[in-house]
Write a protein that binds this ligand. Structure first.
Ligand SMILES: Nc1ncnc2c1ncn2[C@@H]1O[C@H](COP(=O)(O)OP(=O)(O)OP(=O)(O)O)[C@@H](O)[C@H]1O
Ligand SMILES: [Mg+2]
Length: 371
Protein backbone atom coordinates (compact mmCIF):
# COMPACT_ATOMS: atom_id res chain seq x y z
CA UNK A 1 0.00 0.00 0.00
CA UNK A 2 1.46 3.38 -0.90
CA UNK A 3 0.33 6.96 -1.19
CA UNK A 4 0.67 8.45 -4.65
CA UNK A 5 -0.67 11.93 -3.90
CA UNK A 6 -1.09 13.75 -0.61
CA UNK A 7 -2.96 17.04 -0.22
CA UNK A 8 -3.44 19.11 2.91
CA UNK A 9 -4.77 22.62 3.21
CA UNK A 10 -6.01 24.33 6.37
CA UNK A 11 -5.12 21.31 8.49
CA UNK A 12 -3.39 22.83 11.54
CA UNK A 13 -0.62 25.02 10.08
CA UNK A 14 -0.47 23.26 6.70
CA UNK A 15 -1.21 25.31 3.60
CA UNK A 16 -1.51 24.26 -0.03
CA UNK A 17 0.45 21.07 0.48
CA UNK A 18 0.39 18.81 -2.56
CA UNK A 19 3.09 16.20 -2.83
CA UNK A 20 3.67 13.04 -4.80
CA UNK A 21 5.49 10.81 -2.36
CA UNK A 22 8.09 8.28 -3.35
CA UNK A 23 6.73 4.70 -3.20
CA UNK A 24 9.43 3.82 -0.66
CA UNK A 25 11.41 6.41 1.30
CA UNK A 26 10.14 9.90 2.07
CA UNK A 27 12.05 12.25 4.28
CA UNK A 28 10.19 15.26 5.69
CA UNK A 29 12.67 17.87 6.83
CA UNK A 30 12.42 21.32 8.35
CA UNK A 31 13.10 23.33 11.49
CA UNK A 32 11.07 22.88 14.67
CA UNK A 33 7.38 23.82 14.60
CA UNK A 34 7.14 24.01 10.80
CA UNK A 35 4.54 21.27 10.29
CA UNK A 36 6.43 17.98 9.89
CA UNK A 37 4.42 16.09 12.50
CA UNK A 38 1.23 17.76 11.24
CA UNK A 39 1.92 16.26 7.84
CA UNK A 40 2.19 12.76 9.32
CA UNK A 41 -0.94 13.41 11.35
CA UNK A 42 -2.90 14.34 8.21
CA UNK A 43 -1.89 10.97 6.73
CA UNK A 44 -2.84 9.16 9.95
CA UNK A 45 -6.36 10.65 9.88
CA UNK A 46 -6.90 8.78 6.61
CA UNK A 47 -6.85 5.50 8.58
CA UNK A 48 -10.08 6.51 10.33
CA UNK A 49 -8.34 6.47 13.71
CA UNK A 50 -8.31 9.38 16.11
CA UNK A 51 -5.40 11.80 16.04
CA UNK A 52 -2.30 10.28 17.63
CA UNK A 53 -1.94 13.56 19.49
CA UNK A 54 -5.47 13.44 20.81
CA UNK A 55 -6.54 16.55 18.86
CA UNK A 56 -10.26 17.20 18.61
CA UNK A 57 -11.90 17.86 15.22
CA UNK A 58 -11.94 21.61 15.83
CA UNK A 59 -8.22 21.63 16.67
CA UNK A 60 -7.51 20.13 13.28
CA UNK A 61 -8.61 23.29 11.48
CA UNK A 62 -6.12 26.13 11.22
CA UNK A 63 -6.54 28.51 14.16
CA UNK A 64 -7.33 31.55 12.00
CA UNK A 65 -8.90 29.52 9.21
CA UNK A 66 -12.41 28.26 8.51
CA UNK A 67 -11.92 24.90 6.89
CA UNK A 68 -9.53 22.06 6.32
CA UNK A 69 -9.22 19.92 3.25
CA UNK A 70 -7.04 16.84 3.33
CA UNK A 71 -6.86 13.85 1.05
CA UNK A 72 -4.79 11.10 -0.44
CA UNK A 73 -4.67 8.92 -3.49
CA UNK A 74 -3.17 5.55 -2.72
CA UNK A 75 -2.37 2.29 -4.44
CA UNK A 76 -3.59 -0.73 -2.47
CA UNK A 77 -1.82 -3.24 -4.70
CA UNK A 78 -4.88 -3.79 -6.89
CA UNK A 79 -6.10 -0.33 -7.77
CA UNK A 80 -5.75 3.32 -7.00
CA UNK A 81 -8.22 4.69 -4.46
CA UNK A 82 -8.90 8.13 -3.08
CA UNK A 83 -9.98 9.56 0.26
CA UNK A 84 -11.04 13.18 0.70
CA UNK A 85 -11.86 14.64 4.08
CA UNK A 86 -13.11 18.17 4.67
CA UNK A 87 -14.25 19.89 7.84
CA UNK A 88 -15.49 23.41 8.45
CA UNK A 89 -15.72 25.30 11.73
CA UNK A 90 -19.19 26.48 10.78
CA UNK A 91 -20.57 22.97 11.11
CA UNK A 92 -17.91 20.92 12.85
CA UNK A 93 -20.15 17.89 13.26
CA UNK A 94 -20.59 17.55 9.51
CA UNK A 95 -17.75 15.44 8.14
CA UNK A 96 -17.47 15.83 4.41
CA UNK A 97 -15.85 12.53 3.65
CA UNK A 98 -15.55 10.79 0.31
CA UNK A 99 -14.00 7.47 -0.61
CA UNK A 100 -13.42 7.12 -4.33
CA UNK A 101 -15.81 10.03 -4.79
CA UNK A 102 -18.63 8.35 -2.82
CA UNK A 103 -19.77 10.19 0.34
CA UNK A 104 -19.36 8.32 3.63
CA UNK A 105 -21.16 8.93 6.91
CA UNK A 106 -18.22 8.72 9.26
CA UNK A 107 -14.52 8.05 9.49
CA UNK A 108 -15.03 4.48 10.76
CA UNK A 109 -15.41 3.24 7.18
CA UNK A 110 -11.83 4.35 6.45
CA UNK A 111 -10.45 1.76 8.84
CA UNK A 112 -10.91 -0.99 6.28
CA UNK A 113 -9.34 0.97 3.42
CA UNK A 114 -6.15 2.70 4.23
CA UNK A 115 -3.69 1.13 6.65
CA UNK A 116 -0.82 2.82 8.39
CA UNK A 117 1.37 2.36 11.41
CA UNK A 118 2.68 5.40 13.25
CA UNK A 119 5.58 5.78 15.64
CA UNK A 120 5.98 9.01 17.61
CA UNK A 121 8.28 9.91 20.51
CA UNK A 122 5.21 9.68 22.79
CA UNK A 123 5.11 5.96 22.12
CA UNK A 124 7.59 5.41 24.93
CA UNK A 125 4.39 5.61 26.99
CA UNK A 126 3.54 2.21 25.53
CA UNK A 127 6.32 0.91 27.71
CA UNK A 128 6.36 3.37 30.60
CA UNK A 129 2.69 4.32 30.79
CA UNK A 130 -0.38 2.75 32.39
CA UNK A 131 -1.69 -0.67 31.22
CA UNK A 132 -4.48 1.12 29.37
CA UNK A 133 -1.93 2.37 26.79
CA UNK A 134 -0.83 -1.17 26.05
CA UNK A 135 -4.38 -2.51 25.95
CA UNK A 136 -5.41 0.21 23.51
CA UNK A 137 -2.42 -0.56 21.31
CA UNK A 138 -3.08 -4.32 21.27
CA UNK A 139 -6.78 -3.69 20.61
CA UNK A 140 -5.98 -1.45 17.66
CA UNK A 141 -3.63 -4.12 16.29
CA UNK A 142 -6.28 -6.83 16.70
CA UNK A 143 -8.90 -4.65 14.99
CA UNK A 144 -6.55 -3.93 12.08
CA UNK A 145 -6.18 -7.66 11.49
CA UNK A 146 -9.81 -8.55 12.07
CA UNK A 147 -12.41 -5.81 12.10
CA UNK A 148 -14.88 -8.03 14.02
CA UNK A 149 -12.75 -7.21 17.04
CA UNK A 150 -14.32 -3.75 17.01
CA UNK A 151 -17.68 -5.36 17.86
CA UNK A 152 -16.19 -7.48 20.63
CA UNK A 153 -14.62 -4.38 22.16
CA UNK A 154 -17.81 -2.38 21.93
CA UNK A 155 -19.86 -5.23 23.43
CA UNK A 156 -17.39 -5.67 26.24
CA UNK A 157 -17.49 -1.96 27.09
CA UNK A 158 -21.29 -2.05 27.11
CA UNK A 159 -21.59 -5.11 29.28
CA UNK A 160 -19.03 -3.81 31.78
CA UNK A 161 -20.79 -0.48 32.01
CA UNK A 162 -24.18 -2.17 32.58
CA UNK A 163 -22.69 -4.47 35.19
CA UNK A 164 -21.09 -1.54 37.02
CA UNK A 165 -24.38 0.36 37.02
CA UNK A 166 -26.12 -2.66 38.44
CA UNK A 167 -23.47 -3.07 41.16
CA UNK A 168 -24.22 0.46 42.33
CA UNK A 169 -27.98 -0.21 42.39
CA UNK A 170 -27.39 -3.41 44.39
CA UNK A 171 -25.30 -1.46 46.92
CA UNK A 172 -28.21 0.98 47.28
CA UNK A 173 -30.58 -1.96 47.86
CA UNK A 174 -32.52 -1.18 44.69
CA UNK A 175 -31.68 -4.41 42.87
CA UNK A 176 -30.98 -7.96 43.91
CA UNK A 177 -27.59 -9.60 43.67
CA UNK A 178 -29.21 -12.38 41.62
CA UNK A 179 -29.78 -9.89 38.80
CA UNK A 180 -26.04 -9.97 38.16
CA UNK A 181 -26.18 -13.49 36.72
CA UNK A 182 -27.22 -12.47 33.23
CA UNK A 183 -24.48 -9.82 33.02
CA UNK A 184 -21.85 -12.13 34.43
CA UNK A 185 -22.57 -14.78 31.82
CA UNK A 186 -22.23 -12.19 29.07
CA UNK A 187 -19.17 -10.51 30.58
CA UNK A 188 -17.50 -13.93 30.88
CA UNK A 189 -18.32 -14.92 27.29
CA UNK A 190 -17.25 -11.63 25.70
CA UNK A 191 -14.39 -10.93 28.12
CA UNK A 192 -12.79 -14.33 27.55
CA UNK A 193 -13.16 -13.91 23.78
CA UNK A 194 -11.43 -10.52 23.97
CA UNK A 195 -8.65 -11.92 26.15
CA UNK A 196 -8.14 -14.77 23.69
CA UNK A 197 -7.83 -12.35 20.76
CA UNK A 198 -5.31 -10.29 22.70
CA UNK A 199 -3.31 -13.31 23.85
CA UNK A 200 -3.17 -14.60 20.31
CA UNK A 201 -1.88 -11.29 19.02
CA UNK A 202 0.64 -10.90 21.83
CA UNK A 203 2.14 -14.31 21.00
CA UNK A 204 2.67 -13.25 17.39
CA UNK A 205 3.99 -9.88 18.45
CA UNK A 206 6.47 -11.39 20.89
CA UNK A 207 7.89 -13.68 18.23
CA UNK A 208 8.26 -10.91 15.64
CA UNK A 209 9.51 -8.25 18.06
CA UNK A 210 12.03 -10.56 19.65
CA UNK A 211 13.75 -10.96 16.26
CA UNK A 212 13.48 -7.26 15.42
CA UNK A 213 14.84 -6.17 18.78
CA UNK A 214 17.84 -8.47 18.56
CA UNK A 215 18.57 -7.29 15.04
CA UNK A 216 18.71 -3.69 16.27
CA UNK A 217 20.14 -4.07 19.78
CA UNK A 218 22.27 -7.20 19.38
CA UNK A 219 21.85 -10.84 20.26
CA UNK A 220 22.62 -10.44 23.97
CA UNK A 221 19.32 -8.68 24.56
CA UNK A 222 16.23 -10.81 24.23
CA UNK A 223 12.89 -9.04 24.17
CA UNK A 224 9.77 -10.95 25.11
CA UNK A 225 6.17 -9.85 25.37
CA UNK A 226 3.73 -11.66 27.60
CA UNK A 227 0.04 -11.40 27.96
CA UNK A 228 -1.06 -10.84 31.55
CA UNK A 229 -4.65 -11.11 32.71
CA UNK A 230 -5.97 -10.58 36.21
CA UNK A 231 -8.53 -13.31 35.53
CA UNK A 232 -6.36 -16.02 33.99
CA UNK A 233 -2.78 -15.04 34.80
CA UNK A 234 -0.35 -15.74 31.94
CA UNK A 235 -2.23 -18.50 30.18
CA UNK A 236 -5.87 -18.65 29.12
CA UNK A 237 -7.31 -22.12 29.85
CA UNK A 238 -8.08 -24.11 26.73
CA UNK A 239 -10.31 -26.73 28.44
CA UNK A 240 -13.98 -27.52 27.93
CA UNK A 241 -17.15 -27.06 30.00
CA UNK A 242 -16.32 -26.02 33.57
CA UNK A 243 -12.64 -25.70 32.57
CA UNK A 244 -13.33 -23.42 29.61
CA UNK A 245 -12.05 -19.86 29.62
CA UNK A 246 -15.60 -18.47 29.92
CA UNK A 247 -16.38 -20.74 32.89
CA UNK A 248 -13.18 -19.77 34.70
CA UNK A 249 -13.92 -16.11 33.97
CA UNK A 250 -17.49 -16.42 35.30
CA UNK A 251 -16.22 -18.18 38.43
CA UNK A 252 -13.77 -15.34 39.07
CA UNK A 253 -16.49 -12.72 38.70
CA UNK A 254 -18.74 -14.71 40.99
CA UNK A 255 -16.13 -15.12 43.70
CA UNK A 256 -15.64 -11.37 43.92
CA UNK A 257 -19.21 -10.18 43.88
CA UNK A 258 -19.13 -8.80 47.41
CA UNK A 259 -16.06 -6.66 46.75
CA UNK A 260 -17.50 -5.53 43.43
CA UNK A 261 -20.76 -4.43 45.09
CA UNK A 262 -18.88 -2.61 47.82
CA UNK A 263 -16.74 -0.73 45.28
CA UNK A 264 -19.41 -0.32 42.61
CA UNK A 265 -16.87 -1.48 40.10
CA UNK A 266 -15.88 -4.72 38.35
CA UNK A 267 -12.48 -5.60 39.76
CA UNK A 268 -11.65 -8.52 37.51
CA UNK A 269 -11.87 -8.69 33.75
CA UNK A 270 -10.39 -7.92 30.36
CA UNK A 271 -10.53 -4.19 31.17
CA UNK A 272 -7.63 -4.86 33.56
CA UNK A 273 -5.47 -6.88 31.14
CA UNK A 274 -1.88 -5.84 30.60
CA UNK A 275 1.07 -6.96 28.54
CA UNK A 276 4.51 -7.36 30.07
CA UNK A 277 7.42 -6.28 27.92
CA UNK A 278 10.70 -7.70 29.12
CA UNK A 279 14.37 -7.74 28.19
CA UNK A 280 16.24 -10.83 29.34
CA UNK A 281 13.34 -11.58 31.69
CA UNK A 282 13.25 -8.17 33.36
CA UNK A 283 10.33 -5.81 32.95
CA UNK A 284 11.58 -2.86 30.84
CA UNK A 285 9.09 -0.58 32.53
CA UNK A 286 11.02 -0.93 35.79
CA UNK A 287 14.51 -1.86 34.67
CA UNK A 288 14.99 -0.56 31.12
CA UNK A 289 17.38 2.22 30.15
CA UNK A 290 16.05 5.18 28.12
CA UNK A 291 17.60 3.70 24.99
CA UNK A 292 16.08 0.27 25.62
CA UNK A 293 12.67 1.82 26.24
CA UNK A 294 12.81 3.86 23.02
CA UNK A 295 14.04 0.95 20.95
CA UNK A 296 11.42 -1.40 22.42
CA UNK A 297 8.62 1.09 21.67
CA UNK A 298 9.83 1.44 18.08
CA UNK A 299 10.09 -2.33 17.74
CA UNK A 300 6.49 -2.77 18.90
CA UNK A 301 5.36 -0.53 16.04
CA UNK A 302 7.64 -2.18 13.49
CA UNK A 303 6.34 -5.56 14.70
CA UNK A 304 2.78 -4.35 14.22
CA UNK A 305 3.64 -3.40 10.62
CA UNK A 306 5.32 -6.74 9.93
CA UNK A 307 2.44 -8.84 11.29
CA UNK A 308 0.02 -6.80 9.30
CA UNK A 309 2.11 -7.18 6.17
CA UNK A 310 2.25 -10.97 6.56
CA UNK A 311 -1.48 -11.23 7.09
CA UNK A 312 -2.77 -9.22 4.15
CA UNK A 313 0.31 -9.28 1.94
CA UNK A 314 -0.02 -5.53 1.66
CA UNK A 315 2.41 -3.42 3.60
CA UNK A 316 0.90 -0.63 5.69
CA UNK A 317 2.32 2.87 5.23
CA UNK A 318 4.84 3.52 8.00
CA UNK A 319 5.03 6.94 9.65
CA UNK A 320 8.11 7.56 11.79
CA UNK A 321 8.10 10.85 13.67
CA UNK A 322 11.44 12.11 14.95
CA UNK A 323 12.99 8.73 15.38
CA UNK A 324 16.11 8.75 13.24
CA UNK A 325 17.95 11.59 14.95
CA UNK A 326 18.07 9.53 18.12
CA UNK A 327 19.55 6.43 16.56
CA UNK A 328 23.14 5.92 15.59
CA UNK A 329 23.91 5.26 11.91
CA UNK A 330 24.08 1.54 12.39
CA UNK A 331 20.66 1.32 14.05
CA UNK A 332 19.19 3.70 11.46
CA UNK A 333 20.33 1.36 8.73
CA UNK A 334 18.74 -1.60 10.49
CA UNK A 335 15.43 0.24 10.91
CA UNK A 336 15.43 1.26 7.24
CA UNK A 337 16.18 -2.32 6.31
CA UNK A 338 13.17 -3.56 8.32
CA UNK A 339 10.82 -1.22 6.46
CA UNK A 340 12.50 -1.61 3.07
CA UNK A 341 9.43 -3.09 1.38
CA UNK A 342 7.07 -0.50 2.81
CA UNK A 343 6.37 3.13 2.02
CA UNK A 344 7.82 5.12 4.86
CA UNK A 345 7.59 8.78 5.89
CA UNK A 346 10.32 9.94 8.23
CA UNK A 347 10.46 13.36 9.82
CA UNK A 348 13.67 14.96 10.94
CA UNK A 349 15.03 18.42 11.72
CA UNK A 350 18.41 17.41 10.46
CA UNK A 351 18.55 15.97 6.97
CA UNK A 352 22.20 15.01 7.42
CA UNK A 353 21.31 12.84 10.39
CA UNK A 354 19.52 10.38 8.15
CA UNK A 355 21.73 8.36 5.90
CA UNK A 356 21.00 5.93 3.09
CA UNK A 357 18.02 7.87 1.82
CA UNK A 358 19.49 8.45 -1.61
CA UNK A 359 16.81 6.35 -3.28
CA UNK A 360 13.88 8.33 -1.89
CA UNK A 361 12.34 11.80 -1.94
CA UNK A 362 13.00 14.69 0.41
CA UNK A 363 10.29 17.24 1.19
CA UNK A 364 11.30 20.37 3.00
CA UNK A 365 8.60 22.06 5.02
CA UNK A 366 8.61 25.65 6.27
CA UNK A 367 5.76 27.61 7.82
CA UNK A 368 3.29 24.86 6.93
CA UNK A 369 4.25 24.82 3.23
CA UNK A 370 6.33 22.34 1.30
CA UNK A 371 9.06 24.41 -0.33
N1 LIG B 1 -4.97 24.36 14.61
C1 LIG B 1 -3.78 24.93 14.35
N2 LIG B 1 -3.71 26.05 13.60
C2 LIG B 1 -2.53 26.63 13.31
N3 LIG B 1 -1.35 26.15 13.73
C3 LIG B 1 -1.36 25.03 14.47
C4 LIG B 1 -2.55 24.36 14.82
N4 LIG B 1 -2.25 23.28 15.57
C5 LIG B 1 -0.90 23.29 15.68
N5 LIG B 1 -0.35 24.32 15.02
C6 LIG B 1 1.05 24.70 14.86
O1 LIG B 1 1.68 23.88 13.95
C7 LIG B 1 3.08 24.10 14.11
C8 LIG B 1 3.85 22.92 13.61
O2 LIG B 1 3.63 21.80 14.37
P1 LIG B 1 4.38 20.40 14.15
O3 LIG B 1 4.18 19.66 15.39
O4 LIG B 1 3.95 19.77 12.89
O5 LIG B 1 5.89 20.85 14.00
P2 LIG B 1 7.18 20.00 13.64
O6 LIG B 1 7.69 20.50 12.34
O7 LIG B 1 6.88 18.55 13.76
O8 LIG B 1 8.17 20.46 14.78
P3 LIG B 1 9.21 19.64 15.68
O9 LIG B 1 10.46 19.49 14.87
O10 LIG B 1 9.43 20.55 16.84
O11 LIG B 1 8.58 18.35 16.06
C9 LIG B 1 3.26 24.49 15.56
O12 LIG B 1 3.82 25.79 15.61
C10 LIG B 1 1.86 24.53 16.13
O13 LIG B 1 1.64 25.60 16.99
MG1 LIG C 1 7.33 17.14 15.19
Amino acid sequence: MFITVLKADGFKNLEDVMIRPHPKYNLITGLNAQGKTNLLESIWLMTGCKSFRGSKDRDNIKLDGERMDIGIRFDDGRREQSIEYKLSKENIKLKDLKVNGVPMKNTRGLFQRFKAVVFTPDDVQLIKGAPEKRRTFIDLCCCQLDHRCLNILRDYENVTEQRNNLLKLIAQGRQSINDLDIWDTQAAAIGSMLSEKREDYVKKLSEVCSKLYSSIAGKDEKLTIEYSSNVFGKEIPKGKDSKSAAAVYAFKLNSNINDDVRLGYTLYGAHRDDILIKINGLNIKDFGSQGQIKTAALVLKLGQAEIYYKKIEQAPVVLLDDVMGELDKNRQRLVLDIVKDMQVFITTCNEQSVTDMAAGSVFKISGGRVI
